[in-house]
Every structure is written in structure tokens, then in C-alpha cells.
Design a protein around this ligand. Structure first.
Ligand SMILES: *[C@@H]1O[C@H](CO)[C@@H](O)[C@H](O)[C@H]1NC(C)=O
Ligand SMILES: *[C@@H]1O[C@H](CO)[C@@H](O)[C@H](O)[C@H]1NC(C)=O
Ligand SMILES: *[C@@H]1O[C@H](CO)[C@@H](O)[C@H](O)[C@H]1NC(C)=O
Ligand SMILES: *[C@@H]1O[C@H](CO)[C@@H](O)[C@H](O)[C@H]1NC(C)=O
Ligand SMILES: *[C@@H]1O[C@H](CO)[C@@H](O)[C@H](O)[C@H]1NC(C)=O
Ligand SMILES: *[C@@H]1O[C@H](CO)[C@@H](O)[C@H](O)[C@H]1NC(C)=O
Ligand SMILES: *[C@@H]1O[C@H](CO)[C@@H](O)[C@H](O)[C@H]1NC(C)=O
Ligand SMILES: *[C@@H]1O[C@H](CO)[C@@H](O)[C@H](O)[C@H]1NC(C)=O
Ligand SMILES: *[C@@H]1O[C@H](CO)[C@@H](O)[C@H](O)[C@H]1NC(C)=O
Ligand SMILES: *[C@@H]1O[C@H](CO)[C@@H](O)[C@H](O)[C@H]1NC(C)=O
Length: 462
């Protein structure tokens, strides 16, 4: 008996150290869980092996955009956790795909690069600028200049030939989808405009954020209760809309809107960006609480329950989690509601991250309480992002240029009550504990050996 008991304890010990266990109230537990999910994500990266390409997860099955999305997640991870383990590999990856004009237009990827694909790399560079991530080496410009270069391309691609405006999905005319005007492409342009406005204080970017919003909502891609639909087609002058809803579409507009709320000092409940942010947050309800037993747990509503999400779609919960956390910072009145959503979702994700040979590989379905056997980049990234997002209250907000003034919000604002009153119950006070270190490696760029840099230049095809 004694020996059996002893064995059980030992076995339990090993089991507990291997599975991802998450206490959403403890910073250290969150850091450990996010770190395990990040390790699983990096284990899938083969860019530094002979058969891999620097900066890219293997294609197939992963299109180029998803690598940019994942490195963007790693920049967020670095900033939120202070864990610099993957700083170098992230930096090398982002630099490797800047492209000859420093705008993330990469000739080798033309066949699978549309406006939205480019945007996911731009998000990474923009976060790098906002968080003080080490800058690229000469002759590349600082991250923020790369973002502005890409933004200018979007302005040039804004197309009024049909539909009174809008960005197309594709910008290479030979790619399928050239006539489709898609929410994620326009939402990417919108969010980048909003973040550039806030970062630089330059009104031109805010004007574009307004203009894009007006076009997207005018054409019906955002409806009057803030549902965001997939896209529309210029071949029918945008008179009809594809009504599929994906989590990243409402997410991309939500975070952009919250940045506009923050930038315009919109703490007045009558302000247009305050109203839009709250409306979009309400519309995210589509992607939470799939069943009564899964309150506030995120799911990809259009495909998850039917088990027919494709590789791209398996990653979309990552961006919803990322942009909810960002919104919680920018529109502080949303923090309670968003905290409840993130906590329940991260707890579900942790229970799903108990698979594979190490018992800590992440599955896709967070509402089942178990590992579902579905593994890959999107599954790891989504779990990592929703876990590290729990540190949002201990994380420094995105920076702005020194001359930009962002006024604090008054303390008496609250989000409109949620449709289901029980949804507020999970909102709990912030976990205590010292904030994690958020320091970076200063001057890292200078330390990267010249050989790596030259190989990066070669990879870029400069
Ligand atoms: C990053 O690269 C620099 C220069 O090669 C090296 O000194 C540093 O230890 C690396 N950091 C990590 C976390 O690998
Ligand atoms: C705008 O769209 C039209 C129709 O698809 C196309 O012929 C034209 O080249 C586009 N202009 C720009 C600036 O992309
Ligand atoms: C296309 O739609 C816009 C409004 O979105 C309208 O101004 C324009 O006249 C329409 N063009 C055609 C050819 O129907
Ligand atoms: C604001 O941004 C626009 C677009 O990039 C640029 O043309 C303009 O020069 C900027 N204005 C200032 C004052 O920097
Ligand atoms: C926000 O408020 C601050 C302080 O009142 C002000 O200096 C700043 O110009 C405002 N920003 C905008 C974009 O209105
Ligand atoms: C952040 O703080 C707010 C206000 O205290 C809280 O309601 C929310 O749950 C916290 N967010 C997280 C992710 O813990
Ligand atoms: C994984 O979990 C199983 C079942 O609990 C256990 O038998 C196995 O030893 C664990 N593997 C590792 C690497 O911990
Ligand atoms: C919740 O209910 C759904 C639908 O019946 C089921 O698929 C899921 O496994 C349940 N989750 C838990 C944690 O029991
Ligand atoms: C803008 O964001 C900062 C950083 O999170 C926050 O302190 C401030 O209250 C926000 N301002 C408004 C008007 O919401
Ligand atoms: C609280 O909110 C009300 C209604 O929006 C507003 O009129 C008032 O100025 C706010 N109070 C403070 C201290 O910000």
C-alpha cells in the first residue's frame, strides 16, 4: 500500500509538471502556462533547419501570413511576459521578411500575399515599435517606418473604381480574390491607421481610420449592431455581402476602435468611438459561450462545433484574444467584461493543452475540458495568446511618440450591461504579485553576428 501510494504521488507529481496547469489568479502560473504554449509553438518552427526558410513555419500547410501572425504573437508574448527566450528568433524572422522596400511586400510570396496577409506582418512591426522591441539592422529603417511604408501602399491601393472605395483582398491582379473587398483587409488598414494616429499624433492617420470605418459600415460589412461580415465583391458593385462571421474580423475592428477611443480622449459615453467599441465588444458574443457548460469560453463560431475549420481558421482565436487584451488597455471601461472572457477562455485552453507526447500539446476545442487531438500552429498560437493576455493588467500600454498626449479616462465609466447578467460573475479583481520584468536586451541588433545579417539579406533577395 505504502509503495503504491508513494508511486501515485510521484506519478501525480510528474503528471502535474508536464501538463499545462493554469491558475488564472497567479502571475507565475500564467507565465508558466504561456511559456509552455510558446515552447510548443516554437517547436513547430523549422526556419533554422536545413529544409526550412528563416521567418516561416513550414509551407504547406502554413501560408506566409500565418507566420507573420505568429511572430506578431511572439512580440506580444515578449512584451507581456518579459520572457526574452524567443527574442532573437523573433527578431531574425521579422527582419527576414521585410522585403526589398521595407514594407513586407515579399516577391517570393506574391502568390499568397494579399492586403490582409501583409497586414499581419505589419501588426508585428507596429507592436515592435509600440513596445520598444530591438530595431532592425541598417540599412533597414526602424519598425515604424516599415509600418508607414505599408500604410502608404494601402492608401495607394484604396480603390474607388467600384463600390465608392475600399481595399481589395488581393493587390496582385493575377491572384484569385482580386475583385473581393474583404473585411480583414480593410480592418487591418483601419487598425493600422488608428494605431499610427495614436503613436504619432498625426491627424492624417485618424482621418483615414474614419474614412475606412465609414466605407466598411456604409457598404454593410459592419451592420447596425456591429456584427462584422466577411466581404463583398466589386463585380456586383458591393451590393451584396458574404455574411460569414469570423472572430478576427470583429476583433480587428474592436481593437482599432478602442485605440481611436483612447486617442480621441473619448471617455464620454456619447462619443462615437466609445459607442462603437462597446457595440463591437457586444458583437463578440457570437464567439463566446457555445454551450451552457462553457460560459465565456471562446470558439470559432462558423466552423469549430462542426469540426470543419481550415488551417487558417484554426488560428483566428489567437487574434481575438490579442485584440481583446489590447482593447482592455485602450478602453479601460471594457476591462471587467474582457477579463471575464479571457479568464474563462484561458482556463479552457489550458485543459485543452494536455496532449501529445509531453502532455502539454494544445488542442483546438477549449470548451470540452480535454485535449481533442487537433494540433498545429494555430492551436498553439491561440492558446499562448489567450494565456499571456491574462497579464494585461500588469503590462505597460503601447507607447506613443513623446509629444503625443493621451489623457486618462475618468473612473466612473462602465460598459453597458451584458445581455446575460451571469456573464459578469466571472469578473474578479486582479491577481496580485509583482509585475514581471519587461526589460529588453538593449542594443541587441548590434550583437547579431554579421553572418546572420548577411544571410537575412540573402533571404530577402536584396
Ligand atoms: C541573442 O543573441 C545574442 C547575440 O548573438 C546573444 O548574445 C544572446 O545571448 C541571445 N539571447 C538569447 C536569449 O538567445
Ligand atoms: C482599381 O480597381 C480596378 C477594377 O478592378 C482596376 O482596374 C484598377 O487597376 C484598380 N486601381 C488600383 C489603384 O488598384
Ligand atoms: C456603385 O455603388 C456606389 C455606392 O456604393 C454608387 O455611388 C455607384 O453609382 C454605383 N455604380 C454603379 C455602376 O452602379
Ligand atoms: C502625417 O502623415 C502623413 C501620411 O504619412 C504625411 O504625409 C504627413 O507629412 C504627416 N504630417 C506630419 C506633420 O508629420
Ligand atoms: C487628449 O487630451 C489631452 C489633455 O486634455 C490633450 O492634450 C490632447 O490634445 C487630447 N488629444 C486629442 C487627440 O484630442
Ligand atoms: C483586469 O482588471 C480589471 C479591473 O480590476 C478586472 O476586472 C479584469 O478581470 C482584469 N483582467 C484580467 C485579464 O485579469
Ligand atoms: C502523460 O500522461 C500520461 C497519462 O496520465 C502518463 O502516463 C504519461 O507518463 C505522461 N507523459 C509525460 C511525458 O509526462
Ligand atoms: C459541454 O457541452 C458540449 C455539448 O454537449 C460538449 O461537447 C462539451 O464536451 C461539454 N464540455 C464539458 C467541459 O463538459
Ligand atoms: C488610454 O489608455 C491608457 C493606457 O492604458 C489609459 O491609462 C487611459 O485611461 C486611456 N484613456 C482613455 C481616454 O480611455
Ligand atoms: C461621469 O460620467 C458622467 C456621465 O457620462 C459625466 O457627465 C461626468 O463628467 C463623469 N464624471 C467624472 C468625474 O468624470
Amino acid at each position: 500500500m505504502r509503495i503504491l501510494e508513494f508511486c501515485t504521488i510521484v506519478c501525480m507529481f510528474f503528471f502535474n509538471t508536464s501538463a499545462i496547469v493554469l491558475n488564472t489568479d497567479e502571475s507565475q502560473s500564467i507565465l508558466d502556462a504561456a511559456s509552455a504554449a510558446a515552447a510548443g509553438l516554437q517547436a513547430l518552427y523549422n526556419g533554422n533547419s536545413p529544409d526550412g526558410v528563416v521567418g516561416k513555419w513550414p509551407y504547406p500547410p502554413y501560408y506566409w501570413w500565418e507566420s507573420g501572425a505568429a511572430w506578431g504573437g511572439m512580440v506580444e508574448y515578449w512584451h507581456y511576459t518579459g520572457d526574452a527566450t524567443y527574442l532573437n528568433v523573433t527578431w531574425e524572422a521579422l527582419v527576414s521578411q521585410l522585403g526589398p522596400q521595407a514594407d513586407f511586400v515579399v516577391p517570393q510570396e506574391a502568390f499568397n500575399e494579399g492586403n490582409d496577409d501583409q497586414a499581419f506582418w505589419v501588426f508585428a512591426a507596429l507592436s515592435a515599435a509600440e513596445y520598444g522591441f530591438p530595431e532592425p539592422p541598417s540599412p533597414f529603417p526602424p519598425w515604424i517606418e516599415t509600418v508607414k511604408n505599408a500604410w502608404q501602399l494601402y492608401v495607394d491601393r484604396w480603390n474607388t473604381t467600384n463600390c465608392n472605395g475600399g481595399l481589395k483582398w488581393q493587390f496582385h491582379p493575377e491572384n484569385a480574390g482580386y475583385y473581393y473587398k474583404q473585411s480583414i483587409a480593410n480592418g487591418g488598414f483601419f487598425q493600422i491607421s488608428a494605431r499610427l494616429a495614436r503613436y504619432t499624433g498625426n491627424q492624417t492617420y485618424a482621418d483615414w481610420a474614419n474614412k475606412i470605418w465609414d466605407w466598411v459600415s456604409g457598404v454593410g460589412l459592419i451592420d447596425d449592431i456591429y456584427n462584422v461580415y466577411d466581404g463583398t465583391d466589386e463585380l456586383i458593385n458591393c451590393t451584396g455581402v458574404d455574411h460569414h462571421q469570423w472572430s478576427y474580423n470583429v476583433g480587428v475592428f474592436l481593437y482599432g476602435s478602442s485605440v481611436m477611443q483612447n486617442y480621441t480622449n473619448a471617455s464620454d459615453v456619447d462619443n462615437i468611438w466609445f459607442i462603437r467599441t462597446n457595440g463591437l465588444l457586444e458583437a463578440t458574443t457570437t464567439f463566446f459561450s457555445p454551450f451552457k457548460n462553457a460560459t465565456n469560453i471562446m470558439f470559432e463560431a462558423a466552423c469549430e462545433i462542426n469540426h470543419n475549420c481550415n488551417v487558417d481558421q484554426l488560428s483566428k482565436k489567437a487574434y481575438m484574444a490579442r485584440w481583446l487584451a489590447g482593447t482592455s488597455m485602450m478602453a479601460t471601461n471594457t476591462a471587467g467584461r474582457i477579463g471575464a472572457l479571457l479568464r474563462a477562455s484561458a482556463a479552457g485552453a489550458a485543459l485543452a493543452c494536455t496532449g501529445g507526447p509531453d502532455n502539454r500539446t494544445c488542442g483546438f476545442h477549449w470548451y470540452t475540458g480535454v485535449f481533442d487531438g487537433s494540433t498545429g500552429l494555430g492551436q498553439q498560437l491561440s492558446a499562448m495568446e489567450v494565456m499571456r493576455a491574462l497579464l494585461v493588467n500588469e503590462t505597460a500600454p503601447p507607447m506613443t511618440l513623446p509629444n503625443v498626449v493621451i489623457r486618462g479616462a475618468p473612473g466612473n465609466l462602465t460598459a453597458p450591461p451584458p445581455a446575460n447578467p451571469s456573464e459578469t460573475e466571472a469578473a474578479r479583481p486582479l491577481h496580485d504579485g509583482a509585475p514581471p520584468p519587461t526589460g529588453m536586451v538593449p542594443g541587441l541588433a548590434l550583437l547579431i553576428p554579421l553572418t546572420i545579417f548577411l544571410s537575412l539579406v540573402w533571404t530577402c533577395g536584396l
